[in-house]
Design a protein around this ligand. Structure first.
Ligand SMILES: Nc1ncnc2c1ncn2[C@@H]1O[C@H](COP(=O)(O)OP(=O)(O)OP(=O)(O)O)[C@@H](O)[C@H]1O
Length: 267
């Protein structure tokens, strides 16, 4: 079963083709990371997958159905999307902002129920902000605000969760913790990320958004298991840096060390 699928999708923004003929299949239960350089088109791809940007050509499918035929509320019950620069709603309290994530799942008369309050509280506890439920959103730090917005995505309780740079603004411990929290709660998780080392370790599939030839629209230039996708030649070609995969000295995990491209790693 496929959670999300793109068939020959092209996407245009401001009259320019950003993505061209993208084909992508995200299996149900996958953890897919999307990587690529600035401006490659990762956010655009995620917005197409979330159904907030309609393809200019081709088809985006959610659970096998054309996204355009799925009513917005139904889509929001199956899929939550946390955009990159979403800073919440400054005039709301944190709890009220997180409760907005419940709107697709509830009817107006049930929104004040004990169960709903508990759910919002649990989402905030998962991001370490249970004690800030009554704080105004604009009184949070950058990282706290990011975690509060992520809590809104969690509260939506969808089987598919799409996160655009969820680790932005977060300290290192929260970067790891947030990814683990989402992995535990989403059945299918798709996230963009700039940290290639974290991408190598955390996801079970990676897609590189990039350019086959300069000046052409972007596409998916590599897709598969992270250790294969992030081989040294591909990292050099698509990220402009040298790299080497090394085992952690005491843990069963592989890390990606990055160095300037002209540098030769010690033998
Ligand atoms: N509203 C817009 N109108 C026109 N062009 C846009 C618009 N938004 C983004 N673009 C362009 O689309 C291209 C892809 O942008 P996108 O945000 O998808 O890249 P990204 O890979 O997510 O980048 P980053 O890593 O910097 O967040 C860029 O060249 C960008 O300038």
């Amino acid at each position: 079963m496929t959670a999300l699928r793109l068939v020959d999708v092209s996407a245009r923004l401001g009259g320019r083709t950003i993505l061209h003929e993208v084909n992508l299949e995200i299996p149900d239960g996958a953890r897919l990371g999307i990587v690529g350089v600035n401006g490659a088109g990762k956010s655009t791809l995620l917005r197409v997958l979330a159904g907030v940007l309609s393809p200019h050509a081709g088809t985006a499918l959610l659970n096998g159905a054309d996204m355009r035929r799925i009513p917005a509320r139904d889509r929001a019950r199956r899929l939550s999307f946390v955009p990159q620069e979403d800073v919440g709603t400054p005039e709301l309290r944190v709890g009220e902002m997180v409760a907005l994530g419940r709107v697709p799942q509830t009817r107006p008369w049930s929104r004040d129920s004990r169960a709903e309050h508990d759910l919002v509280r649990a989402a905030l506890a998962a991001v370490g902000l249970a004690d800030r439920i009554d704080t105004a959103c604009d009184q949070l730090s950058g990282g706290e605000r990011r975690r509060a917005v992520l809590a809104r995505g969690l509260a939506q309780q969808c089987p598919i969760m799409l996160l655009d740079e969820p680790t932005n603004h977060l300290d290192v411990a929260w970067q790891l913790e947030m990814l683990d929290v989402f992995a535990a709660r989403a059945r299918t998780l798709v996230a963009t990320l700039h940290d290639l080392d974290l991408a190598l370790r955390f996801f079970d599939l990676l897609a590189v958004v990039g350019f086959e030839r300069p000046g052409e629209p972007a596409g998916i230039v590599a897709f598969g298991p992270p250790a294969e996708v992030l081989d040294a030649a591909r990292v050099a070609t698509h990220f402009g840096v040298g790299s080497v995969q090394v085992p952690h000295p005491s843990r069963d995990q592989t890390h990606l060390l990055i160095h300037p491209r002209e540098d030769t790693p010690p033998a």
